[in-house]
Design a protein around this ligand. Structure first.
Ligand SMILES: [Zn+2]
Length: 167
């Protein structure tokens, strides 16, 4: 038997069908191409074409033949996670109680210097300023780092609030 590209292709197709044994395929090809093709020729060609072996039992063969119910196509669409998901979380405000500011550090409006933090605490008569020495008013840093962070957060909060109201 001289194999042609067409008969090889036909062979591959038949081989893929698990229901055909090598003998079946040999018979089909013999009929279709009018040449005597033996089971051995079929198995030899399988090797040459490097097709996978199909060692399945008759039982499995029967199973393959049973049309299996198709898994229903999932109708789920990708859902966008809630907006919360995209929110960049800001670290919580550093725990700081202004009432814990030591008396010795506190400043009044009269004792503030450009190096002392101007964060106001309280209201009216009892108001005082943080007075931490890490500020540099002239350099545009009127607060100590802690109060700077809080001022920044407060500004961001107000901004977010305003944006929320505008929306
Ligand atoms: Zn401060």
């Amino acid at each position: 038997m001289a194999w042609t590209d067409a008969s090889k292709d036909r062979f591959k197709e038949l081989w893929k069908n698990q229901l055909y044994s090598a003998v079946n395929i040999a018979n089909i090809l013999t009929k279709e191409y009018g040449q005597n093709i033996t089971r051995n020729a079929v198995l030899g060609m399988r090797l040459r074409l490097n097709l996978p072996l199909r060692g399945i039992s008759a039982e499995e063969r029967a199973k393959t033949f049973t049309p299996r119910p198709r898994a229903p196509k999932s109708t789920k669409v990708f859902q966008r996670p809630p907006d919360q998901f995209f929110k960049v979380s800001r670290p919580p405000e550093p725990k700081q109680n202004d009432q814990d500011i030591p008396q010795a550090q506190r400043r009044t409006i009269f004792t503030l210097t450009s190096e002392t933090c101007r964060w106001p605490v309280g209201e009216g008569e009892s108001v005082f300023f943080c007075g931490a020495p890490e500020a540099d008013f002239e350099a545009g840093r009127p607060y100590c780092p802690q109060h700077h962070a809080r001022a920044h957060n407060r500004a961001a909060d107000l901004k977010a609030e305003a944006a929320g109201r505008a929306a």
